[in-house]
Write a protein that binds this ligand. Structure first.
Ligand SMILES: [Zn+2]
Ligand SMILES: [Zn+2]
Length: 175
């Protein structure tokens, strides 16, 4: 979305607030966006730009909801992410304050459009590893069921006395 900054640039206002959303469908196919994550609503961008004698700073909070799957048990899960987003806004590229290019946004035709920057930063902020819970037991390598009691493989192994005898026998053979 293009944010109109004419009032700020004409010094009629020292501060411009904004609150808008970015359509997640514009994220599809965005370079570097994690493939295992699907956004479930609009990306919200809320903040303000303040003008301090020509030095314009943008400060915002970006938030989004998403769904993905647990890396251990493949159960579907939802998540919420919120992170601070900051940039320095420049009217022209000729000003040089020695800042990192990635930290800058340039005004074009009286406004700025930084949807792409928001999407890029979101893709970096999203967690790489997802767990349905801290102590997710994962899946049984034998039967593929979630190791939360629905799998009986481990139990049978432990309680079957014949298996125990067999194991002792194997140990003896190794000696
Ligand atoms: Zn899990
Ligand atoms: Zn099992």
């Amino acid at each position: 979305m293009k944010l109109d900054l004419t009032a700020l640039l004409n010094k009629r206002m020292p501060k411009a607030d904004f609150d808008f959303t970015v359509d997640p469908s514009s994220v599809e196919g965005a370079a570097g966006f994690p493939e295992d994550i699907a956004l479930t609503g609009d990306i919200r961008v809320c903040g303000s730009i303040t003008d301090n004698n020509g030095y314009m700073a943008l400060e915002a909070t970006v938030s989004a909801d998403y769904k993905t799957v647990c890396d251990r048990c493949l159960k579907g899960l939802t998540g919420h992410i919120e992170f601070p987003f900051g940039r320095i806004v420049r009217v022209s590229a000729s000003e040089d304050g020695g800042e990192d290019e990635d930290e800058l946004l340039y005004v074009s035709e009286g406004g700025i459009d930084f949807d792409r920057d928001v999407i890029e930063e979101l893709s970096l902020e999203l967690p790489i590893y997802h767990l349905c819970s801290e102590d997710c037991p994962g899946l049984c390598p034998v039967c593929g069921k979630r190791l939360d009691g629905s799998c009986v493989c481990e139990k049978t192994k432990e309680t079957d006395p014949r298996m125990e005898t067999f194991r002792k026998l194997l140990d003896k053979m190794k000696e």
